[in-house]
Design a protein around this ligand. Structure first.
Ligand SMILES: Cc1ncc(C[n+]2csc(CCOP(=O)(O)OP(=O)(O)O)c2C)c(N)n1
Length: 338
């Protein structure tokens, strides 16, 4: 590991923050497809885990997965285009923020169902193990999924079959407006994972290097057939979705949460360790902003998919094109005996 890695992680985190700010603007302009948008501002230290993965590794995300995908090398212009519902997007504009996927980068899919992407990595891990491909598969999800039964079925199978899988919980303290101590009787999540036979780690989500240290150890163990669980202790800086003003949180709590800013921590460390000067970091910040301005402009300018392609890429190849609902209803009604 070279010393440039912490700087690279800072750059990635800054690019994620800038992307999120621009995608928020896309939403406010009414240009994003879909009625909701979930920002991961404050959770950028997830890069410590994405950076611990290797090319070819696969992953799934929950509905707040922009940062994870950018961390795995997504092109922000194509991501922004996808969120704007444009042809040039990763899923030709039909997945949007919450269903974006890209096999080439190992993204097996974002998922709007809480916990929905978790079992997929068990399948991916089983495939990797049987093919001896050396890949690992990582499920990224929120603390809300810690109360979903599917997580425990998945953990059990992963442990039983020694799968190269990691369950990465980004604990931002809230599931919509419900604080985690009101949805989980006990919050010792790592102990739950250990009970299934997983290797568990906990990392401070204000410190990307701490997340990376934990993530690297888990990734190595997973590649050797020891599945793992990582809890990243973070804070969601903004509301659940773009329009949520978080009336369920006090200003004091929000101020304390936002003070745990992973970008500020990384910046302070880079300066203290002499790995970058403040001028270098300012330039990085400016470049990230310019890159994401360009991504936003691209998303706004690039065309929407043609109407006749509406059902392409939505159903499996060979599936008959669905007839318009009105036609189906007319057919059903004409068959009803009067
Ligand atoms: C199975 C299921 N139940 C409820 C919902 C509604 N819902 C959407 S997001 C969300 C909160 C999820 O919280 P968490 O998993 O902690 O992720 P975060 O939003 O905090 O990133 C809920 C309850 C859903 N999408 N799926």
């Amino acid at each position: 590991m070279t010393n440039s890695a912490p700087l690279t992680r800072y750059i990635t985190m800054r690019r994620i923050r800038s992307f999120e700010e621009r995608v928020g603007e896309l939403f406010l302009r009414g240009e994003s497809a879909g009625s909701m948008l979930h920002l991961s501002i404050g959770e950028e230290a997830v890069v410590g885990m994405t950076d611990a993965m290797q090319p070819g590794d696969t992953f799934t995300t929950h509905h707040r997965g922009h940062g994870v995908f950018l961390g795995r090398g997504a092109d922000p212009a194509r991501m922004m285009a996808e969120i704007a519902g444009k042809e040039d997007g990763y899923c030709r504009g039909k997945g949007g923020s919450m269903h974006i996927a890209d096999r080439a980068l190992g993204h097996l899919g974002a998922n709007a169902i809480v916990g929905g992407g978790i079992p997929h990595v068990v399948g991916a891990g089983l495939t990797a193990r049987n093919r001896r491909s050396g890949q690992i598969s990582v499920a990224f999800f929120g603390d809300g999924a810690m109360s979903q039964g599917i997580l425990y079925e998945a953990m059990n199978m992963a442990a039983l079959w020694h799968l190269p899988v990691i369950f990465a919980c980004i604990n931002n303290q809230y599931g919509m407006g419900t604080r985690v101590d009101r949805s989980a009787g006990r919050q010792a999540f790592g102990a739950r994972a250990q009970a299934f036979g997983l290797r568990a780690a906990h990392a401070d989500g204000a410190d990307v290097e701490a997340v990376h240290d934990a993530g690297r150890a888990l990734a190595q163990a997973a590649r050797d057939g020891q599945p793992g669980f990582l809890e990243i202790d973070a804070y969601r800086f903004h509301g659940h979705a773009r329009m949520d003003k978080s009336p369920y949180r006090t200003p004091e709590e929000e101020a304390a949460g936002r003070a745990r800013d992973p970008l500020a921590t990384a910046r302070a460390r880079l300066l203290a360790e002499g790995l970058a000067g403040s001028g270098d970091l300012d330039r990085i910040d400016t470049d990230a902003g310019a890159e994401m301005d360009a991504a936003l402009a691209h998303a706004m300018a690039t065309p929407a998919p043609a109407l006749h392609t509406m059902f392409e890429d939505v159903y499996a190849p060979g599936t008959p094109t669905p007839r318009p609902q009105a036609d189906r209803l007319r057919a059903i009604l004409s068959e009803v005996p009067r």
